[in-house]
Write a protein that binds this ligand. Structure first.
Ligand code: SF4
Length: 174
């Protein structure tokens, strides 16, 4: 088993590391702002790509939602879905497109159940990925807030929507 898959199978550990990194970046924001977000992005995107590739098979979408998907990268889904699973999951829990691979979303749901802090975010509906952010640092995009913006031309909401299960079935919580 590779280091990456071992770590992905310890989602609570990854969640703790993520939480620490998130708090650290938020605290460092004034310094990053002084240095310039553009410059910081140039310095950070290489190391971020390197580390996240080892652990998450990251594709540098620039809009990281790992903590909302069981610390499982949604961009490794062959359909690049930001909300899954699709309707094609096989009976054995494997992918419709790559039958030898377990469905990314089956794993995301399983792992989110072991994440006491962010696990509930699995029920958020995410906007489609913004390809304009591809290749940039998701941490810097989090600080500038651009990762949460939906391009104006797309219309619609920039907020993620949480699903709630009630007697009427699944409804939007917002
Ligand atoms: S969600 Fe985006 S930034 Fe996060 S690991 Fe996946 S490709 Fe990388």
């Amino acid at each position: 088993m590779s280091l990456g898959s071992w770590m992905r199978n310890h989602p609570h550990f990854l969640e703790t590391v993520y939480q620490f990194a998130e708090h650290t970046f938020i605290r460092l924001d004034p310094v990053v702002k002084k240095l310039g977000y553009e410059r910081s992005n140039r310095w950070l995107k290489g190391p971020e790509d390197f580390a996240k590739q080892i652990v998450f098979d990251c594709r540098m979408c620039g809009q990281c939602i790992l903590h909302s998907t069981g610390m499982t990268c949604p961009m490794s889904c062959p359909k690049n879905l930001r909300n899954g699973p699709c309707g094609g999951v096989r009976a054995n829990g494997h992918c419709e497109v790559l039958p030898e691979m377990r469905c990314v979303w089956v794993e995301a749901f399983e792992r989110s159940g072991h994440m006491p802090v962010y696990g509930h975010e699995m029920l958020f509906i995410n906007p489609p990925v913004n390809r304009q952010l591809e290749g940039s640092s998701a941490w810097i995009n989090m600080l500038t807030g651009v990762d949460n913006e939906v391009p104006k031309a797309w219309g619609g909401t920039s907020q993620r929507v949480e699903l709630v299960l009630s007697e009427e079935g699944w409804t939007s919580g917002q």
